[in-house]
Design a protein around this ligand. Structure first.
Ligand SMILES: Cc1cc2nc3c(=O)[nH]c(=O)nc-3n(C[C@H](O)[C@H](O)[C@H](O)COP(=O)(O)O)c2cc1C
Length: 433
């Protein structure tokens, strides 16, 4: 029987009113009884969940729009709180979890809700796992099945010394495609949903286009992996920090488009340095099957995610204003506050909201008020009461405006930059296989 965190239900289906918001004149009053709604949403959600379980074999994923746009996995950032906010703003973005180590899942198997539970609203959602022990990767995948993720992704791109330096984990795995193929086969054997790999375009001096192709060729030929997310810069394993590894090695989008040309049967999602909706559409027009955004979607969620449904998927958005988003988020936040002893704190829950008013009037004052409110407020409701006075009603009550400008010509010259076509090199494959 599926276990299911109570907090994950509140946001999904509860049109819960908040007297505090009504009193604060910040949100319109919606009269509902909190606990009654929570209980009815629990029943509804539990049956939804059973339906999902019965409809295995990837059916879950098929009811969603394709992964044309996804939010990147980001440790400490794309947690349940951020994903709750993201889903309130965009109904159709694919959301990735932070990387969860296979060992954590295996060792915490009696405590899995804490790591794996999420609201059904967060579908389509991909679980990213990390690890270098095939048995643990297989076991972790099997344990995660109960949570009905839409895809399982293996991290082959993280350069953190905490990860990469210890036993061929993260981006180090790119140096061992045979292992990755075995790992992906083991993962796929333990789940009914699709599997994917997120990787870089190279590691240290192993940065030629042919070496990247050898990796893709081996992993896709010797495992069921057909979807690759390509962070289009290499990783440097020695000497620079993870943050520098996301900016110092140059982006080489031509490698990504080379893969599209040379592996027409595979699916590729481009990632790295894409920072606007205009650029997402430019990448797709140039042929990318999917586009993944990380930092820009975190640092400016309203202006990125607020346009995904309309400008990328061509369907109506939720139409929520930021006031309405915050109202729903408050219900979620107060229902999860302190769920695990003193965690999550008000600060943990509010963290993803701190960029919601990026470049809007009142943003600076809101952040200063937030700093003070973290010290005094014990609920999300009281946090909003203290701080939202800083934001003008015109900001709180407006739907997302036009998408901000971006580099529409980012991929204009890509054809002239493509590397020479890949030719399968038998000796490489023998070495790797
Ligand atoms: C704070 C932070 C944490 C990250 N954690 C992960 C992770 O857990 N797994 C992963 O594959 N990539 C991780 N990344 C990399 C992103 O998924 C993405 O590949 C990278 O930021 C480039 O995309 P962007 O330029 O759109 O941000 C992280 C990035 C950031 C900024």
């Amino acid at each position: 029987m599926m276990k299911f965190a109570r907090y994950s239900l509140a946001v999904s289906f509860s049109p819960i009113g908040s007297n505090v918001f009504a009193k604060s004149f910040r949100f319109p009053v919606v009269g509902c009884i909190y606990r009654g709604n929570l209980e009815s949403s629990r029943l509804f959600s539990a049956s939804c969940w059973r339906e999902q379980l019965n409809g295995k074999n990837g059916v879950v994923a098929k009811q969603y729009l394709p992964p044309w746009f996804s939010v990147a996995p980001m440790m400490d950032w794309t947690d349940n709180h951020y994903r709750t906010l993201a889903r309130l703003i965009s109904k159709h973005s694919w959301l990735y979890t932070e990387m969860i180590a296979a060992e954590t899942i295996v060792h915490q198997k009696d405590n899995l809700d804490r790591f794996l539970a999420y609201s059904p609203d967060q579908h389509p959602i991909v679980l990213q796992i990390g690890g270098s022990n095939i048995e643990n990767l297989a076991k972790a995948t099997e344990l995660a099945n109960a949570y009905c993720y839409d895809e399982i992704n293996l991290n082959c791109g993280c350069p953190s010394p905490r990860v990469a330096g210890h036993g061929c984990f993260g981006v180090s795995l790119m140096l061992d495609p045979k292992f990755v193929a075995e790992a992906m086969s083991a993962i796929a054997a333990n789940t009914n949903v699709p599997v994917s790999v997120k990787c870089r375009i190279g590691v240290d001096d192993h940065d030629s286009y042919d070496e990247l192709c050898d990796f893709i060729y081996n992993v896709s030929s010797f495992s069921p992996t057909k979807h690759f997310i390509i962070h289009s810069r290499k990783a440097l394993l020695n000497g620079i920090s993870p943050a520098e590894n996301r900016s110092i090695p140059p982006l080489k989008y031509e490698y990504f488009y080379g893969l599209l040309r040379d592996f027409p049967d595979l699916t590729f999602t481009i990632n790295g340095g894409i920072a606007s909706i205009v650029e997402v559409n430019a990448a797709r027009e140039a042929g990318a099957h999917g586009v993944m955004i990380g930092r820009a979607a975190y640092n400016n969620p309203w202006h990125i995610l607020g346009h995904v449904d309309t400008a990328i998927y061509g369907v109506p958005s939720s139409g929520l204003t930021r006031r309405q988003v915050l109202k729903k988020y408050q219900v979620y936040g107060d229902s999860v506050l302190g769920k695990y002893g003193h965690k999550p704190t008000v600060r943990d829950i509010v963290k993803p909201l701190l960029n919601l008013f990026h470049s809007a009037p009142g943003n600076g004052l809101w952040k200063r008020k937030a700093d003070a409110a973290f010290r005094s407020c014990t609920t999300i409701e009281s946090f909003f009461e203290e701080t939202l006075v800083a934001i003008p009603d015109s900001v709180l009550d407006s739907p997302a405006a036009e998408p901000p400008p971006g580099r529409g010509d980012l991929f204009a010259d890509i054809d002239s930059l493509l590397p020479p076509p890949y030719e399968t090199r038998e000796e490489e494959i023998v070495l790797c296989a």
